[in-house]
Design a protein around this ligand. Structure first.
Ligand code: ADP
Ligand code: GLC
Length: 482
């Protein structure tokens, strides 16, 4: 048996702000249970759903030192879908109505969490062979293990894997303050270690101190080794290129399955998508007060409203699209005020044509994946992206920019050979985006057979965890054999 501990700041079904939670909440269940005992450690946030909070059982507690203070760590556990989750409790750090707050608060919160993880390990009956950390919030786990090797001598043979889901967020803060919180010595804040452009950088710590570093698509691996895509750390990635791997995210095909989905009014599969999608679209149009017109193309977006997701381009083309084209548009998302407000403006100006839903709803997300004809995802950068996988699974053709995981998962339509699973463009310009959208409209309105062929191909693609879980297993095996 190989024991693996996942450490992350979010996991479905307990808490989710984006794709990280989908991955951490699904991958463990797809590793071979005959060979792996995988468990997951996450914070117990006050904003977590009550339904899950009630099921938690108290295991133990301990204290960890943080700066000059000693902080309580409650260790609770629950089993969900056969996987054991440990939730670490501290009402001071994990209070509030959302998991993340201002960066200086999060810097302390996740220094605490990383220490708490190592403290909690001593209280549970599980010794990991591998600790698999995710994103900057857990970057200090491998740092602590190496830097305080005397204190953590029992774990000296533990291997570490660090997965980057989004390089944009690195957990950077003033060295003095970080040193005060973490208790790490001066010599840890050099350019070979945690220092980066004059700040302390948690993600860099994770990258430098882990045995293996992965990210969530092969193209994103290439992207982060370039100046343009490296967010200041491209040199670090080039230096670690021998231990850097890109593994595409899988999707939980049971959770996202139009033939079984409880969130959608009419279920369908690859043999019945024409009627199924139409019926869902009819219901969605009525639910969201869109004009009841089944023959107009419906574009969907389910997204965090940030610049990463291409909202600068979307803003730019929206007026032209809504005033000229035969189109309907449905958006579900939350995020930056500037995008929420501009989208509300378009909703006010073009009622019946566009439905803007500012908020978070699992339920509506599924209904949009099932009902829309095409899914818009013109990202500025995209480590992997799960939304385009979800939309293909539901027969909603993605329109994407060729970056990161979008490039690896969506094959552009070729009308001469009748191949492809979506539409794509290369340069981050409004011109290329609108041209691609209009091209997709042309196929939808004038070549419906081709469009439907493409839906079949997209729905038959296999983006389940099967292949990718096997790639993680190979990496784990290579580590424990060393
Ligand atoms: P990212 O993690 O960068 O946000 P991904 O495409 O990997 O992008 O994953 C986004 C996940 O979050 C998908 O499961 C998507 O359906 C979901 N999601 C995003 N915004 C919302 C929202 N407002 N309501 C419900 N689900 C959302
Ligand atoms: C991040 C990325 C997204 C990726 C997700 C899960 O949030 O932005 O591209 O799919 O993590 O790995």
């Amino acid at each position: 048996m190989i024991n693996v501990l996942f450490v992350a700041s979010e996991a479905v079904p307990f808490i989710k702000t984006g794709g990280l939670a989908d991955v951490v909440g699904s991958l463990p269940g797809f590793l071979d249970p005959a060979r792996y005992d995988v468990r997951v450690m996450i914070p117990k946030y006050a904003c977590m759903d009550d339904e899950f909070r009630k099921k938690l059982k108290f295991v133990s507690h301990c204290y960890v030192s943080l700066g000059w203070r000693s902080q309580y760590v409650g260790v609770l556990e629950t089993v969900y879908d056969g996987i054991r989750y440990y939730l670490l409790d501290n009402e001071y750090y994990f209070a509030g109505d959302k998991p993340y707050n201002r960066i200086y608060e999060d810097i302390e919160k996740f220094a605490y969490f990383s220490k708490a993880v190592l403290g909690a390990l001593e209280k549970i009956d599980f010794k990991p062979d591998i600790i698999h950390c995710h994103d900057w919030q857990t970057g200090l786990v491998p740092v602590y293990l190496k830097c305080f090797s005397d204190r953590y001598a029992d774990y000296s043979d533990v291997k570490t894997v660090f997965t980057i889901h989004n390089l944009k967020f690195q957990g950077r803060w003033m060295i003095n303050a970080v040193q005060d919180i973490t208790g790490l010595p001066d010599n840890m804040f050099t350019p070979e270690r945690l220092e980066s452009y004059g700040s302390a950088n948690y993600l860099k710590g994770g990258v430098v101190y882990s045995d293996i570093v992965t990210t969530v698509s092969p193209t994103y691996v290439k992207d982060i080794m370039t100046r343009e895509g490296g967010e200041g750390l491209d040199g670090v990635f080039r230096a670690r290129s021998q231990s850097l791997y890109g593994i595409i995210n899988g999707l939980d095909y049971d959770e996202y399955d139009p033939a079984k989905d409880k969130h959608i009014p009419v279920r369908y599969d690859v043999t019945s998508f024409k009627e199924g999608k139409r019926a869902n679209k009819e219901k969605l149009q009525s639910e969201l007060s869109l004009e009841p017109d089944l023959d107009t193309i419906l574009l969907g977006m389910v997204s965090r409203l940030t610049d990463q997701k291409g909202f600068d381009l979307v803003n730019f083309i929206m007026e032209e699209l809504l005033s000229h084209a035969r189109v309907q548009f449905v958006l579900l998302g939350t995020g930056e005020d500037r995008y929420e407000n501009s989208m509300r403006y378009f909703a006010g100006k073009y009622p019946g044509k566009i439905s803007v839903n500012i908020g978070y709803s699992e339920d509506l997300a599924h209904r949009i994946y099932a009902s829309a004809d095409a899914f818009l995802m013109p990202s500025l950068f995209e480590p992997c992206g799960l939304s385009q996988l979800m939309s293909m699974r539901y027969g909603t053709l993605p329109i994407v920019r060729e970056t990161g995981g979008l490039k690896d998962t969506v094959e552009a339509f070729n009308e001469f050979e009748n191949t492809g699973t979506g539409f794509s463009f290369s340069n981050f310009t409004a011109h290329e985006l609108i041209k691609t959208i209009y091209y997709s409209f042309h196929i939808y309105y004038d070549m419906r057979d081709r469009w439907n062929d493409m839906i079949s191909r997209a729905m038959k693609m296999d983006f389940s965890w099967k292949k990718s879980a096997g790639q993680y297993e190979k990496l784990y095996e290579s580590l424990v054999q060393k």
